[in-house]
Design a protein around this ligand. Structure first.
Ligand code: ZN
Length: 342
C-alpha cells in the first residue's frame, strides 16, 4: 500500500463513529453501591421480589417455577385473564425505574458520554433513567455529545408527538410547543419481542443498524446477548457483517469468564479478523486512553503506525468541575475544528 493510499484510508476511517452497546451490566457497574438513595438496579432473576412487586403474583397460577421476570412475564402476557396483573407488573416496573436517581459525583455514565462526540452513538437495552440523567449534566460541559438510542425504550424518554422532539419525561411538557410529553411503552421481556411495537423502538433499531454498518469501533458493555435476544443478535450481526470490517475493532467490557464472552461475540470478531479486546472496566478501553478521540487514536496507532501514547487519559474525578477541567484542552481544540490526538 502506498503512503497516499494509506493516508486516504486513515482519513476516511477517522470520520467513522464509535458505537457503544449497553446492557444491564453497564448500569450495575455505574452504580455499584446503588443509586443516589442506595436503590439497586434489579437483575432479571428475582426481579419482582427485588423491586417489591412479588405480591402481584398472589393467586396467579404459574407453570414456570422460575423467579426470572422474563419467564413470568412471557407466560402471563398472552393470557387475557391476567391482563390486569400484567398491567400492574408493567406499572410496577416503570414506577421503580422512575424513582432511580444518579449519584451526585461523576459516574461511569458521565465519563462515557463525555468521552464520545456527536458522530458517535450509545445504544442501550436498559430501561433505567441514569444515562439520560448523566447526559443532562455532562451537557453543561459541552453540547457535542453522542447520539443515544433506547432499544427497549426507557422510562426517562419523553416525546412530543407534535414536534417529534425527544426530551426528559420529567419535564412533563414539550419545551417547543407546550403539549404534554408522552412516554413510549417499554419493550417488556417476552421471548418473541416485537421490535416494531412502536415507532420509537423501531426507529432506534433502524438507527442502530446504521451505526453497526458504519462504526470503526464497537464496544459492548455489560450486555450478554441472552437467549431471549437471539433475534436481536442476528439483526445486529447482519448489519455488522454487511461491510468490510478487517480494520475495525470490537471491545467487550464484562466481568464474565473470557471464554464465555469470546463464544458470545466470536461471530462479530470473525468479521474484524479477530480484533477483539476484552476488558473488565470502562477505563481500560480505547476511550480510557483517548477520550473524545477514540477513533482518531485507534487510527493513528493502527493505520498510521504511531508508537506514542495519549497525554490526556480518563481519570477518576471527584466533581464535575474537575471533569470539565480534564477535557478542557480537547474542547478548546475542537472549537478550532482540531480533532487531533494530544
Ligand atoms: Zn412539541
Amino acid at each position: 500500500m502506498s503512503r497516499s493510499e494509506k493516508n486516504d484510508i486513515a482519513e476516511i476511517m477517522r470520520l467513522r463513529p464509535h458505537l457503544f452497546i449497553l446492557g444491564a451490566g453497564a448500569t450495575k457497574a455505574t452504580i455499584p453501591n446503588g443509586d443516589k438513595y442506595g436503590r439497586q438496579s434489579p437483575v432479571m432473576e428475582n426481579f419482582m421480589h427485588e423491586i417489591g412487586i412479588d405480591r402481584l403474583l398472589e393467586g396467579v397460577k404459574l407453570k414456570t417455577k422460575s423467579k426470572n421476570i422474563e419467564d413470568i412475564y412471557s407466560e402471563l402476557a398472552p393470557k387475557p385473564e391476567y391482563a390486569n396483573v400484567v398491567r400492574q407488573i408493567e406499572d410496577g416496573i416503570v414506577a421503580h425505574y422512575r424513582q432511580m436517581q444518579i449519584p451526585d459525583a461523576p459516574t461511569l455514565y458521565d465519563y462515557l458520554i463525555l468521552s464520545l462526540r456527536r458522530k458517535d452513538c450509545i445504544a442501550t437495552f436498559n430501561w433505567d433513567p441514569l444515562l439520560i440523567q448523566a447526559y443532562n449534566r455532562v451537557n453543561k460541559i459541552t453540547t457535542d455529545l453522542p447520539q443515544m438510542l433506547f432499544l427497549h425504550s426507557c422510562v426517562e424518554v419523553g416525546v412530543c408527538e407534535e414536534c417529534k422532539r425527544f426530551e426528559p419525561y420529567r419535564n412533563r411538557y414539550c419545551s417547543g410547543c407546550g403539549k404534554p410529553l408522552i412516554s413510549p411503552r417499554l419493550l417488556y421481556p417476552i421471548k418473541n419481542k416485537d421490535y416494531s411495537q412502536n415507532v420509537y423502538i423501531q426507529d432506534a433499531w433502524n438507527r442502530l443498524q446504521y451505526y453497526l454498518e458504519k462504526a470503526c469501533i464497537v464496544t459492548i458493555w455489560g450486555y450478554s446477548a441472552p437467549k431471549s435476544d437471539k433475534e436481536a443478535k442476528q439483526m445486529m450481526l447482519k448489519a455488522f457483517s454487511s461491510q468490510f470490517r478487517m480494520l475495525d475493532q470490537i471491545e467487550v467490557i464484562d466481568i464474565a469468564e473470557e471464554e464465555k464472552i469470546y463464544k458470545t461475540w466470536s461471530p462479530f470478531a470473525k468479521q474484524t479478523n479477530y480484533h477483539l479486546n476484552i476488558h473488565k472496566s470502562l477505563k481500560d478501553t480505547i476511550i480510557g486512553e483517548f477520550p473524545r478521540r477514540s477513533v482518531e487514536g485507534y487510527v493513528k496507532r493502527n493505520i498510521d503506525g504511531w508508537w506514542g501514547g495519549s497525554t490526556l487519559k480518563l481519570k477518576e474525578c471527584n466533581s464535575f468541575k474537575e471533569l470539565a477541567q480534564l477535557v478542557e484542552p480537547l474542547l478548546i481544540n475542537e472549537s478550532y475544528n482540531d480533532f487531533k490526538v494530544i
